[in-house]
Design a protein. Structure first.
Length: 408
């Protein structure tokens, strides 16, 4: 039997390796095979994210009640089956925009139930070293995304159906890894699913109070919303459109772009692991997001493909600092009996804002072109960060002073 942390990291690696394949193949099928216009590209990517906005908070409550491992394993099992149906549509040559939307909605729903359960498990395998485990999980996430992107880059030559079958097999490997973990017992006062003790919506309200009442958690959630609106839209709508309309790229070019972004994330996370504990996590988060906004702004001004890809790599370096810092802050602050719930609010703040970001970027790209849409998104993110720096305690926070608070 695998050690708990090893099994957890294997499960994360499987999910994000498969996610890397899906990111490239899905964008390639919509933008370069079906040749959908910018507005419909935005709608397709929004369909992947919309279920997260609608379901993830309830999914977090259910994970605290039903068991974190159980919900994670079942969610990943269903996710492992879905790519087979899309592969069948490609093989039978019945692929169309409606099929892509149905797949996106189903996969987005499964992801919404998986995310809070998986994030809630982290503290149970991390022991006392939460920040290091967050960084290790992030390293697995982006490292295996690179492998997924690299494999998906062969979609032109191999065929999308083979990449989708590989995605399915990798996801099923992650299910096996989850089964190596022990189930986490449901939290004491929230065990009644039927509502005899505490209703689902009361539990959800308690989680919201916990997040909103803490100024650091509240600020992390706010910057996450901005990142979902302005960074995610640029990445999953703006970048594929730039590759198609400015550089006339292939699936291999799109895979290379995504892989370089993840490589930047991996490089900075490895440096953070080498440096050890980061006490001023809030300051690191704001600086990384600010510099990342400037780099993203620059990607909208260049017309040279190698330079564009290099800037995307640098943007990834900034993200590799920001993401572990924000996640560490939330993990450290989350009360043990509300951990999945609190992390569902963290994920919701990003995934819930994502559909707005993809639509925003898609419509801007349709009106002004994809590069100008990226410029506008970066400028909006800079404005939010300036407000956060001036009005919140995030910049001055010391991570070692943060202690988990009792549940509300």
């Amino acid at each position: 039997m695998l050690q708990p942390k090893t099994a957890y990291l294997m499960a994360i690696s499987a999910w994000y390796g498969a996610f890397g394949m899906q990111s490239v193949v899905f964008a390639w099928l919509v933008t370069m095979v079906l040749r959908e216009p910018a507005e419909r590209v935005g709608i397709a990517q929004t369909s992947l994210l919309l279920p997260g906005m609608l379901l993830i908070l309830i999914a977090g409550v259910l994970a605290d009640r039903l068991g974190l491992r159980r919900q994670a394993a079942w969610s990943q099992l269903i996710a492992g089956i879905l790519p087979l149906f899309l592969a069948l549509a490609v093989y039978l040559q019945v692929l169309n925009f409606s099929v892509m939307i149905i797949f996106a909605l189903l996969m987005g729903s499964v992801s919404a139930f998986l995310t809070p359960a998986r994030d809630g498990l982290l503290n149970h395998v991390a022991g006392e070293d939460v920040q290091r485990t967050v960084m290790q999980a992030s390293l697995c996430q982006f490292g295996f995304q690179i492998l997924g992107y690299s494999l998906a880059g062969f979609a032109d030559s191999l065929g999308a159906e083979y990449i989708l079958i590989a995605q399915s097999l990798v996801l099923l490997l992650g299910v096996w890894a989850y089964l190596q973990l022990r189930e986490v017992a449901a939290s004491g006062r929230d065990t009644a699913i039927s509502g005899n003790e505490v209703s689902v919506f009361t539990s959800l309200r308690d989680g919201a109070k916990t997040v909103i009442s803490n100024p650091l958690m509240r600020t992390v959630v706010l910057q996450n919303v901005a990142m979902g609106c302005f960074f995610m839209g640029s990445f999953i709508v703006g970048f594929p459109l730039v590759m198609r309309e400015v550089f006339a790229g292939s699936s291999g070019d799109l895979a290379t772009l995504n892989a370089l972004n993840s490589l930047g994330l991996v490089v900075s996370i490895m440096v953070l692991l080498r440096l050890g504990f980061v006490a001023r996590a809030g300051k690191a988060l704001v600086l990384a997001q600010g510099i990342g906004s400037l780099v993203l702004f620059s990607t909208g001004l260049v017309d040279n493909l190698p330079l564009f890809m290099f800037l995307v790599f640098l943007w990834g370096v900034c993200g590799g600092i920001a993401m572990p810092m924000s996640r560490t802050l939330m993990q450290q602050l989350a009360p043990p009996d509300q951990r999945a719930r609190v992390m569902s609010f963290y994920a919701f703040s990003f995934m819930g804002a994502g559909p707005l970001g993809t639509l925003f970027c898609g419509y801007l790209a349709d009106l002004f072109g994809p590069q100008f849409a990226i410029v506008i998104s970066a400028a909006c993110m800079l404005a939010v960060l300036a407000m956060i720096s001036l009005s919140s305690p995030l910049w001055r926070s010391e991570l070692q002073q943060i202690q988990p608070q009792p549940g509300s």
